[in-house]
Design a binder for this molecule. Structure first.
Ligand code: GLA
Length: 348
């Protein structure tokens, strides 16, 4: 179902699509490809929206910290907003101190996408399309992007990203859902139990740029190889947690970059019984523990969002890869196709 959701400050209309399949209910905006609501049943069949967001387009446009957004052209940070490709220097839009974050001041999360509803067999879904002009936010190449959101028969939410270019460029697309499996506004996620199949992580400097080291997670807050509560990780004394007021780090997935999505993480809320299993083709995941939520933003349920009220698991290539030749490459060339898939499987 498609309905008018609101309009941007410049008058552009924003629509909202509602999908339901296999017990999962998903609401998506044409603005930023934003997941505005994702509803799941708990162990007694009670539905709750498990992703932070807003009721109005005005709030999304004014001050959203990427709630539910489709992030691009480059998810995560690029140091100083600079990189060199094939001998040419590029300068990107800088929006996070000295660095470029999530595609710059007007990334893919702040653009209106063309959305088309699709059904394939028992699955329902949306195809989101957008062409990013050569030079947009400083990135080279016209990037033709197609992102498919599928709700499968069993209620999984699958994202397939695809992009092509007419000039050598860099791409790193992801999604920025803020999860709280007890329901948005239910309070802290510190009791959620998390497992991530990553033995290493990328330590960062004060600006959250990787130092280049791939450090072992053993004896650090980033060791989620065995199920552990989010709070347990956050309470460890470690100078890395001071840079980002908590966890805001890229974990290096043991499986590496894969052709097919492989299981990498499980999140479980003991109070509701809801679980999320994540599978991806990507080599990394940014685990962000909602550190910058400070009570100024209020969700649809009327509750203010405070630090730790949600967490993000952004599947991705590593931050600052364009300046780190030793990291898996984010370069896309004409003739090639960027592909990335992430599957969210829900259970009780
Ligand atoms: C990403 C970043 C964080 C923060 C959030 C939005 O997850 O890594 O540092 O910027 O987005 O607040």
């Amino acid at each position: 179902m498609k309905e008018l959701f609101g309009q941007l400050a410049d008058g552009t209309k924003v629509h909202r699509w509602s999908l339901e399949n296999g017990g999962t209910r998903l609401k998506v905006l044409s603005y930023g490809g934003i997941v505005q609501s994702l509803e799941l049943p708990d162990r007694s069949g009670q539905y709750a929206n498990v992703s932070l967001g807003f009721d109005t387009v005005e709030e999304y446009e004014a001050s959203s910290p990427y709630f539910g957004a489709l992030v691009g052209r480059y998810g995560n940070r690029i140091a100083q907003g600079r990189f060199t490709l094939d001998g040419e220097d590029y300068r990107l839009s800088v929006n996070d101190g000295d660095n470029s974050l999530h595609g710059g001041t007007e990334g893919f999360d702040k653009r209106v996408w063309d959305v088309e509803e699709v059904t394939s067999g028992p699955d329902v879904g949306l195809v989101l399309r957008r062409t990013s002009a050569d030079g947009e936010m400083g990135f080279p190449g016209t990037l033709t992007t197609k992102v498919t959101y599928t709700l499968t028969e069993r209620g999984d939410w699958r994202i397939d990203y695809e992009a092509t270019t007419d000039r050598a460029t860099i791409v790193n697309l992801t999604n920025h859902v803020y999860w709280n499996l007890a329901g948005e506004g239910a309070g802290s996620v510190h009791d959620h139990e998390l497992t991530i199949a990553a033995s290493r992580y990328t330590p960062v400097d004060a600006g959250l740029i990787p130092t280049g080291e791939l450090a072992e997670v053993a004896d650090t807050p980033f060791d989620f190889r065995e199920p552990k509560t989010v709070g347990e990780g956050l309470r460890r004394a470690d100078p890395q947690l001071l840079h980002a007021k908590g966890i805001d780090h890229n974990l290096v997935l043991d499986k590496g970059l894969t052709e097919r999505p492989e299981h990498i993480a499980t999140l479980r809320d003991p109070s509701s019984g809801r679980t999320l299993k994540l599978a991806t083709t990507e080599p990394g995941v940014q685990f962000y523990s909602g550190n910058f939520l400070d009570g100024t933003l209020v969700g649809p349920g009327g509750r203010a969002y405070r630090q730790g009220d949600a967490l993000c698991l952004e599947t991705q290539h590593f931050p600052d890869s364009p300046n780190r030749p030793e990291f898996p490459s984010t370069v896309l060339r004409p003739g090639g196709t960027y592909r990335s898939t992430t599957v969210h499987s829900f259970g009780i």
